[in-house]
Design a protein around this ligand. Structure first.
Ligand code: AGP
Length: 613
């Protein structure tokens, strides 16, 4: 959840770290800080609030040195204030740390350190780590050994970077469990470390990722990796193809707005290299699957959190329809606690934008433990969910910065559709004519997304009418039922308006009691097999005085006569309709939140990558 950036080289570390932190502000933004080794002494600047506050502080009290570490925080232990902001110093001021994760045994460690006379200056769990490193350094006079000994004492999942005035020519980074990534980038006589690639891709694309249980000793000349038991491990270097410009806002007011509009491109980017146009076939080589393997799959468990879970709910319908393989969708935070029926004929398919969501990674581990094959659909290249899977589908949509996921929702819908067509083809569920038709339909989607976005001015007007509502009900049916969940999630997370998504047929079993002139109902009612049933829901809501906003198919003459507002989408085959119906709901949430003057890209209490359980 927190963001980490560090630098060692020949330049002034401070602006490099601060600029990197700005790129990670979407991860955590309640406080931030930097520590630099300046004339042999560790100097720290940190404050509550956003990076702009930190920059103002550095302008008043400049910091300069060629090695440093920085952090942007998402509070877990202690309020977001100056004392709790990272970096945290050891008692003697000679060692400093930035940390991502939770020390699960911090209370007992704190008691142990207090008994030895330690004086804590914050309420964070992180101080226990730096105090332990200080203690072990006093004995070993070796920073790497001190970090290794410390990591053996702390429970939980962690990513840390440590700097010491005693060993001024190196940074140490360590990873334990799944508290987010640690990426180490090579430059020319300089090295960069970050929890997430957007912080450093403008400087380097040659990246080594730390695995669970590894530590890196990073000097100006390079990196050496060892396990936390001191065993040397060769450093694998990956080339990252991202365009750094895609992590900039451009002419858009917010990243979220940019990412909504980028969908015309991201929907086709996610297809690149996956469609064989010679014989109209889907190819997903990174799944490493053949016909026998595809026929051997008896069940698929999709596991994910939040928006990614909603993509999975749509994916279930597509995969079951085209392949007849039974698909279950399970909230990742529950997966390992309910003993799901998973065996070697099962595929556990994780969906994750960040690829570092702790619950999703834990669900994958549980799948592995039970002998399943692991697949993932992931956006962040090199993330843990991509590396630990047996097969993966990269979303290929570039970094998503807005905390509310948009392009990383519609891309996996395309990926799940391609997966379903691919499996159906390998298993012999579809003939070439059907395959051609399914792929031809898919290829139309980016253009249709563009047409949907042309309706933005009408959506903006509707948002102005409804921005003061207190609560909203979203209803969908069939393949658009998950879009009701997703529409409601988008609205609540950025506008703080209460919203609930419901299967439309469930309205009469309870939520109908809420409907009156003050509870607008959003119905997702494209022209599909469920259209007439959705019209009945509209009638039921109107009969109780409810205001109705409908997402409907262009050319539908009936619906405007029944509802208060229509958000139009172009006609599209039903298996692909959620990709389009979700777009006006993204725009609706976005415009409501901006009209309320809220911070759309960094909504309160949230973080882009949820690396705690
Ligand atoms: C999306 O708008 C949310 N911020 C959130 O639900 C997110 O989708 C969820 O935390 C899962 O993240 P992941 O895709 O990175 O695993």
């Amino acid at each position: 959840m927190c963001g980490i950036v560090a630098y060692i080289g020949g330049q002034n570390a401070t602006p490099i770290i601060v600029n990197g932190l700005k790129k990670l502000e979407y991860r955590g933004y309640d406080s931030a800080g930097v520590a630099v080794l300046q004339n042999g002494k560790i100097e720290v600047r940190r404050d509550a609030g956003k990076i702009a506050r930190l920059e103002a502080l550095i302008a008043e009290q400049p910091l300069s040195g060629s090695i440093g570490i920085g952090h942007t925080r998402w509070a877990t232990h202690g309020a977001p204030n100056q004392q709790n902001a990272h970096p945290h110093l050891s008692s003697n001021g000679e060692i400093v740390i930035v940390h991502n994760g939770i020390v699960e045994n911090y209370l007992s460690l704190r008691d142990e350190l207090l008994a030895e006379g330690a004086v804590f200056h914050s309420e964070t769990d992180t101080e226990t780590i730096v105090f332990l490193i200080e203690r072990y350094f006093a004995v070993t006079q070796d920073l790497a050994k001190a970090v290794q000994l410390t990591m053996k004492r702390v429970k939980g999942a962690h990513g840390i970077v440590v700097m010491s005035a005693k060993e001024p020519d190196k940074l140490l980074a360590a990873r334990l469990g799944n508290a987010g990534g640690v990426a180490i980038g090579r430059g020319n006589g300089e090295m960069f470390i970050a929890s997430d690639l957007p912080a450093i891709v403008e400087h380097t694309r040659e990246i080594t990722f730390l695995e669970n249980g590894q530590m890196a000793v990073v000097t100006r000349q390079g990196v050496s990796i060892q396990t936390l038991d001191g065993q040397k491990v060769p450093a694998q270097i990956q080339h990252i193809p991202w365009d750094p410009v895609s992590a900039e806002k451009g002419n858009y007011r917010h990243f979220m707005q940019k990412e909504i509009h980028e969908q015309v491109r991201s929907l086709s980017d996610t297809m690149i290299g996956r469609i064989d146009f010679d014989d109209y076939r889907i190819t997903l080589p990174d799944l490493r699957l053949d016909a026998a393997g595809a026929r051997g799959i008896k069940r698929i468990f999709i596991t994910a959190c939040g928006t990614a879970l909603h993509a999975g709910l749509v994916g279930k319908i597509i995969i079951e329809h085209l392949t007849r393989i039974p698909v279950e969708v399970m909230v990742a935070s529950e997966f390992r606690y309910i003993d799901p029926i998973v065996d070697s004929d099962t595929v556990v398919l994780a969906i994750s934008q960040s690829g570092e969501t702790a619950d999703t990674l834990a669900a994958m581990e549980e799948g592995r433990r039970k002998g399943a094959k692991l697949w993932s659909i992931v956006n962040a290249i090199g993330s843990q969910a991509m590396r630990s899977a047996d097969g993966a589908i990269a979303m290929q949509v570039g970094p998503e910065i807005g905390v509310a996921s948009t392009k990383a929702f519609t891309a996996p819908l395309v990926d799940l559709y391609m997966l379903a067509v691919y499996l159906a083809d390998l298993r012999g569920n579809i003939n070439p004519a059907k395959r051609f038709e399914l792929i031809r339909d898919l290829l139309m989607v980016p253009t249709l997304a563009g047409k949907t976005l042309e309706h933005e001015p009408e959506v903006e007007k509707a948002a102005a009418k409804y921005k003061d509502m207190r609560s909203v009900l979203y209803l969908g049916r069939g393949i658009n039922m998950p879009i009701a969940y997703e529409g409601a999630l988008k609205l609540k997370e950025i506008s703080y308006i209460h919203a609930e998504g419901y299967p439309a047929g469930e309205m009469k079993h309870g939520p109908i009691a809420l409907i009156d002139q003050d509870l607008p109902v959003v119905v997702i009612a494209p022209k599909d097999a469920w259209y007439e049933k959705m019209i009945s829901q509209v009638e039921q809501a109107k009969a109780r005085g409810g205001k109705v906003i409908a997402v409907a198919t262009e050319g539908d003459a009936l619906i405007p006569t029944l509802v208060d507002e229509v958000l139009w989408v172009p006609p599209v085959p039903w298996l692909l309709s959620p990709i389009l119906t979700s777009i006006p709901l993204q725009l609706f949430a976005y415009h409501i939140a901006t009209q309320l003057g809220l911070d759309v890209d960094q909504p309160r209490n949230l973080a882009k990558s949820v690396t705690v359980e």
